[in-house]
Ligand binder design. Sequence first.
Ligand code: F6R
Length: 366
Amino acid sequence: EKNGYDHFMLKEIYEQPNVIKDTYRGRLHTDTGLIKMAGVEDNLQKFLNADRILIVACGTSWHAGLVAEYIFEEFTRIPVEVEYASEFRYRNPIINKNDVVIAISQSGETADTLAAIKLAKENGAFVFGVCNVVGSSISRETNAGAYTHAGPEIGVASTKAFTTQITVLTLIALRLANAKGTLTKTDYFRYLQEMELIPQKVEEALQTNDVAKIIASKYKDASNCLYLGRGYNFPVALEGALKLKEISYIHAEGYPAAEMKHGPIALIDEQMPVVIIAPKQEHYDKIVSNIQEIKSRSGKIIAVVTKGDTQVKDLADYVIEIPEVSDALSPLVTTIPLQLLSYHIAVLRECNVDQPRNLAKSVTVE
Ligand code: F6R
């Protein structure tokens, strides 16, 4: 069942090039410039008339929602808010009839997300689901939806669900951008083409497995770890930290890199590994100066960089090289080495990778 892999988690990490392809197959038509998703097409006016999009989810799915916030706002100029389903449902949220609510859930059974959907529906909002498990409670409770085609995710730590959720959400954002004219034709087509290259780029990112293993052996005994990223890669930092804590039990936190100086920098000393997602992207120079700040406080720097990078390489203790990818689609690629790093650290610490303590695959109680 594990197909020769030691753990389901590793198998699922390696499935990502294929399941990302499965998720856009039949939907993305680069030659004609069309994106076809029945759930979106049937409700196109609702999306186009939305005053805002509210995203509700938990855990890793919430992180995919944060990535989607950046993508939707950039591509469609529709304001987006992302909420923890557990907070949303209990705080008398403002929900209007012209809101579109997107619920994201791998299992489709998460109690808090389900309750948030019911609340949104009671208040007249249109609710769209992004689920992996076909026929799940959330997929039935939502007004419409689009499935991720990740296949069964057995490892408790979510990996391929995350990247396929981002894939579906990116397709929706592109479809709306095309209808609204909020992306130039050139940019629109460039993104369609690049989406088709993502499986290949993820494949290349999987080749960082050996270096991830080396880095893991170096830092496996750390008791804390910081993850930093900017822009589209800030949610990736959160997800990287979540992955590490859930399977290796090392305390980890994700932060936007520029927030460092407002507190977390006090934590930096020679014992502190800092994982920085620093591909060639907008504000690259800013992240370089964030790295310098950490370096001058003797923090240990593990940087995810674009192949051929020299500036960050000169400063970092270890670099993990990934292929070049546009800012908006970069989370699909930058997240891969972070999954591998957590995996190897957890294996070296002899943790139960597929079934971490205290965690369940679907959280059907609140
Ligand atoms: C993280 C993880 C959890 C889930 C969360 C939401 O690796 O497994 O944080 O992401 O419980 O689950 P779904 O997506 O099934 O609603």
